[in-house]
Structure formats: C-alpha cells, structure tokens
Design a binder for this molecule. Sequence first.
Ligand SMILES: Nc1ncnc2c1ncn2[C@@H]1O[C@H](COP(=O)(O)OP(=O)(O)OP(=O)(O)O)[C@@H](O)[C@H]1O
Ligand SMILES: [Mg+2]
Length: 127
Amino acid sequence: MVIYLRGDLGAGKTTLVRGVLRALGFGGRVKSPTYTLIEQYDLAGLNLRHFDLYRFRDAEEWEAAGFRDEFDGRNICLVEWPEQAQGLLPPADLEIVFDIRPQGRALDIYARSATGKECLAALSAHC
Ligand SMILES: Nc1ncnc2c1ncn2[C@@H]1O[C@H](COP(=O)(O)OP(=O)(O)OP(=O)(O)O)[C@@H](O)[C@H]1O
Ligand SMILES: [Mg+2]
C-alpha cells in the first residue's frame, strides 16, 4: 500500500505516522526520517516504511538507495513530501491532505485505488 501525506512543514505528517505506530503497539522512539529519508518498522504482522522525501533531490539515488524495491506490494509505505519524487513513486492508494487550523488540524483523505477505497470504508466504519 502507498499512502501519500501532503501538507506544509509542520502540518502533522510525522505526528500521524507516530500515532499509527503507537496504535499498532510500537513503544520505541519514532524518529522523523528527515536525513535518513526512510525508517522501517516491522510489527503487528505489517511491514511499514516511513519516508520523508523533503531532502530528496537526485533521481539516481532512488534506485541506488533501493527505494524502488520498497514498493513491492508487501510494504505499507507512508510518504511525506511525495511531490519530491514525482515520476519515481508509484501512485497512491490513499492520499491524506493536512491543513493547519487554529485548533489542531483538518485532514482530507482520498481513496485513489480499489485498495484505498476498501481501507477508507473500513476507516469510516470505525469513526
Ligand atoms: N493534530 C495536531 N494538533 C496540534 N498540533 C499538532 C498536530 N499534529 C502535529 N502537531 C504539532 O505540529 C508540529 C509539527 O508536526 P510534524 O513534525 O508532525 O509535522 P510534519 O508535517 O511532519 O512536518 P515536516 O514537513 O517538517 O516533516 C509538532 O510540534 C506537533 O506536535
Ligand atoms: Mg515530518
């Protein structure tokens, strides 16, 4: 699964990923992958990959760093700053757009594939 997280600096993208990991039972420190570009979490029977592509510049790095292989259909990839790797990233199943409000954040969630629609339906059923 591929989930794009779109929003300005400080919009809450990393905070959301932190919340997802905590909800899945991860008790460690969730670092922002600002410099490493990727952090990996294998837990609860899931393979999560957290990308922050804000500093991603060089298209050649995509293959060299093995990023293409991460989008293998088994991983759940949460991607901050997907616009930085346009043309390299596979399309999103879900897209989450963050908007900073005076009190907290507003999020719009878009399903972009059949898998995304299934996921969004399951999420709505829990709200
Ligand atoms: N829903 C929220 N309500 C209030 N504050 C929030 C919320 N989400 C995040 N914040 C606060 O906003 C700040 C920035 O959040 P975060 O690092 O998650 O942003 P980001 O979108 O990942 O930014 P960047 O693009 O720089 O990676 C943090 O101090 C965090 O506590
Ligand atoms: Mg972040």
